[in-house]
Design a protein around this ligand. Structure first.
Ligand SMILES: Nc1ncnc2c1ncn2[C@@H]1O[C@H](COP(=O)(O)OP(=O)(O)OP(=O)(O)O)[C@@H](O)[C@H]1O
Length: 224
């Protein structure tokens, strides 16, 4: 599904040194991998490389057989729009669009609007956001509700891969647990999931745990 093979990324401000080197990783459908590591070691950059947002300086990245590292900007953008769902710490909902519009928007150019609307309603229902919320703006939601709307938005394109950058970083314990439950269910339904987190409890939900540290990625044995 996703195969990252010996990728290297130069530091942003010094092309003679590496942010990370020889990073390899593979994620299959129905698998959740977690990535931890000190601040500034390049975890978000690694996610951005996988999504084709940042260029790599060596190695290869294949998503479902497509060589992400070799695609044009427009092809990368299609891959992101059609194959990857993103979930961020700060939700990134569009403030002047309603809950329903936020979920529909990523696909609004591609399919008939009533079809997408139906799907958006189904997804919102799946994450526990009921009808009375559909016309609210994001400012009228709690943090946990915002993240559940953001998850519904991430799923509107049936992504094979879901990339989560600190998905519970802004949530209290109850909302964190709800998000973890939703991610677990998504994994069981066949999505491949990568979660970057500073929260060990979240990290340990993954099937495999990696640490990005000292410019390289290594698997960590989970101590239960
Ligand atoms: N677009 C950019 N331009 C310049 N420097 C950048 C850019 N993106 C990231 N960096 C730098 O690259 C380094 C790695 O950043 P990154 O956000 O990937 O780390 P991180 O491990 O995700 O950190 P954190 O755990 O604090 O979120 C940092 O020093 C950061 O300042």
């Amino acid at each position: 599904m996703l195969v990252v093979d010996h990728i290297t990324k130069s530091s942003f401000n010094d092309t003679d040194s590496f942010l990370f080197e020889n990073v390899s990783l593979s994620v299959q459908a129905t698998e959740w991998i977690s990535i931890i590591g000190p601040s500034g070691t390049g975890k978000t950059t690694l996610l951005n490389c996988i999504a084709g947002i940042n260029q790599i300086d060596g190695g290869t990245i294949e998503l479902d057989g497509f060589p992400v590292h070799n695609l044009t900007e427009s092809q990368k953008s299609d891959i992101r729009r059609l194959q990857i769902g993103f979930i961020f710490q700060d939700f990134k909902l569009l403030p002047y669009y309603s809950v329903l519009e936020n979920v529909v928007l990523p696909l609004s150019k591609d399919k008939k609007s009533d079809q997408i609307r139906k799907k958006a309603v189904h997804l919102l229902n799946q994450v526990g956001i009921n009808k009375s919320y559909y016309n609210r703006l994001p400012s009228g939601l709690s943090g946990g509700e915002k993240q559940r709307v953001a998850i519904a938005r991430a799923l509107i394109n049936d992504p094979k891969l879901i990339i989560c950058d600190e998905p519970t970083g802004n949530l209290d314990n109850d909302n964190k647990k709800q998000v973890l439950q939703i991610l677990t269910e998504l994994k069981q339904k066949g999505h491949a999931i990568i979660v970057v987190t500073h929260d060990d409890e979240v990290a340990y939900e993954g099937d495999r745990l990696y640490e990005l540290k000292n410019n390289s990625l290594s698997e960590v044995v989970k101590v239960l």
